[in-house]
Design a protein around this ligand. Structure first.
Ligand SMILES: NC(=O)c1ccc[n+]([C@@H]2O[C@H](COP(=O)([O-])OP(=O)(O)OC[C@H]3O[C@@H](n4cnc5c(N)ncnc54)[C@H](O)[C@@H]3O)[C@@H](O)[C@H]2O)c1
Length: 256
């Protein structure tokens, strides 16, 4: 990767921060966007400490004006945009579908699914005008197979996967590849929030669901994102790549 511009939405912590750092290590200039100014500025500091160049933009992925301003900031600072990870999401505390309120449903959708659409709406024309590139939207294994007690989140992530496949076809001949990475559990703040909302007996089961018996470290997700954005993945579009420590292949009958 040379002289490429990468944008990470939700880069102020966890996987997004690891992705910004991984893009920089590949030589990209990095646009760090996050709703949390402190976290975003810390990521920028870490990118610069690695010897890289970047900017921070305070942005809410669920707000069109913020998303648009982020793309404009990338162009103003670095002259274009080539690689994107739309990483932010809004999860809810675990509960059955019948207990979910309309407000909770809408709140989850507004960032987790609608936000990804908004991001691509404003990013795609700029990536195309910059000579092409790639988008990786962060979904989840929840979006591939459902997730008990996480109805809105699982539905939103399923939507991210099908929306990404749709856009992949719309832009296949226009120089923009679009894929999803579907993580299992990640050792991050998002996972701590999720585990905290589960009854005690379900917490260990959640960890045991990974065939590898552990969570991912954020950099293990970031490496998959950076690969899919790189020219090494030049013929890959419309795919959902599970990076899940073997959740999807672990048998429910013979669980080693
Ligand atoms: N943590 C897991 O176990 C897990 C599992 C599967 C999928 N995922 C997905 O991976 C992605 C990253 O998860 P994580 O746990 O690393 O996240 P995290 O909670 O550690 O960090 C998310 C970052 O996004 C920012 N953010 C939140 N809402 C935002 C908004 N509206 N606009 C802009 N920024 C916003 C936060 O401030 C934070 O810096 C998410 O899409 C999540 O759904 C996570």
């Amino acid at each position: 990767m040379t002289a490429k511009v990468a944008l990470v939405m939700g880069a102020g912590a966890g996987t997004g921060r690891a992705t910004a750092l991984a893009f920089q290590r590949e030589g990209a200039q990095v646009v760090i966007a996050d709703i949390n100014e402190e976290g975003g500025r810390e990521t920028l500091h870490q990118v610069q400490a690695q010897g890289g160049e970047g900017i921070f933009v305070r942005a809410d992925m669920g707000v069109a004006a913020d998303v648009q301003a982020t793309v404009e900031a990338a162009v103003a600072a670095f002259g274009g945009l080539h690689m994107v990870s739309n990483n932010a999401a809004l999860g809810l505390r675990s509960k059955p579908v019948t207990d979910i309120t309309e407000q909770e449903w809408d709140r989850c959708m507004s960032v987790t699914l609608r936000g990804v659409w908004l991001c691509m709406k404003y990013q795609l024309p700029v990536i195309e005008a910059s000579g092409g590139g790639a988008i990786v939207n962060i979904a989840s294994v929840s979006g591939l197979r459902g997730e008990a007690l996480q109805g809105p989140y699982a539905a939103a992530k399923g939507g991210v996967i099908t929306l990404s496949k749709t856009v992949a076809v719309e832009y296949a001949k226009r120089g923009v590849r679009v894929n999803t990475v579907c993580p299992g559990g990640i050792n991050s703040g998002g996972m701590a929030f999720y585990l905290d909302s589960l009854p005690d007996d379900l917490r260990q089961k959640t960890l045991d669901a990974h065939a590898m018996g552990r969570l991912a470290e954020p950099h293990e997700i970031a490496d998959a994102v950076v690969y899919l954005c790189s020219d090494r993945a030049s013929f890959i579009t419309g795919q959902d790549l599970a990076v899940d420590g073997g959740i999807l292949v672990r048998s429910n009958v013979v669980a080693l």
